[in-house]
Design a protein around this ligand. Sequence first.
Ligand SMILES: C[S@@+](CC[C@H](N)C(=O)[O-])C[C@H]1O[C@@H](n2cnc3c(N)ncnc32)[C@H](O)[C@@H]1O
Length: 341
Amino acid sequence: MAFVTSPAGTDDDGPVRSWREAMNDALYGERGFYRRPDGPAAHFRTSAHTGSLFAAAVVELLGRVDRELGHPAQLDLVDVGAGHGELLSCVTEQAADGLPFAPRLRLTGVEVAARPAGLPAAIGWTEQVPPVTGLLLANEWLDVVPVDVVELTVAGPRTVLVDPTGRESLGGVPSAPELAWLARWWPLTCVGNRAEIGSTRDAAWAGAVSQVRRGLAFAVDYGHSAGERPAYGSLVGYRSGVAVPPVPDGSCDLTAHVALDSCLAAAPGLLTTQRAALTQLGVRAVRPPQELAGRDPAAYLAGLRDAGEAAELLDPAGLGGFGWLLHGVGMAVPLGSDRAT
Ligand SMILES: C[S@@+](CC[C@H](N)C(=O)[O-])C[C@H]1O[C@@H](n2cnc3c(N)ncnc32)[C@H](O)[C@@H]1O
């Protein structure tokens, strides 16, 4: 693609801005994508949308945290970037079925979007991460924290600018902190290569984690670590289940893979895969025995459904390959790793 070099400003199609500013407006501005009533589930599928096993694994983890913390009088489960509250609603159902810590459980969704209609009354809804004693989670939040895009030119790295139609141009030299982040986490070596500067995600994650007084924080996302960065970046749009060119006009999601190793450095702990984490939390993709079909057809069908759901959550080429970033406060991370951190 050929670029013209231009200062930030406006063109005939609207303001020319850095990707970070454009994403911020297109996703979270007054008419932003995430302000729309249809919600993320209308456009892409996350672990929270697959069924109840992901919530059951979160409940299992919450139980471990509760034990580690010595059964606090109030046990928090805070979901940052809670979407339409799918995960918390599912946990509410499981709590109603008789979890031992249910009477002490406080559920909170942290969201830019308005409280969804019909959300169970027991779930709190806020824009700010509250103080947490218990478990804070963020499923596919960090990938939608706006980032700047930088391209290496013959004159050095330049910030990529974009107008509301998605037309790009090259701007100025990135700031000193951005250059330092690039040098440490994503050095560009070939002209034309691109990076997404993850310092905004590092700060977002460290900020959320800082609200945990005692307990565990974990973030789940697709991402990369040093040595496996995409040469031309990963910024893409999603609309109605389909990947589309990233156009910052509020019509589509805008997302880029997360530099997970850099986030881990911002809040040290453990980095593992969803497959490894969920396996340790009891998720198994095992078909029910054939003989169950005759003896208890309903149980057999439920077992088949669970096996399919688990296979989706554990798929190493899909959700199972996502990274889990874990950080304990006043407790050890109650999971092991399957990859070097
Ligand atoms: C990709 S969706 C994931 C939703 C849900 N966690 C799931 O797994 O289905 C990201 C969500 O994060 C929310 N979000 C992004 N930045 C946020 C912020 N700073 N505070 C609260 N919510 C935010 C968006 O509005 C969106 O609902």
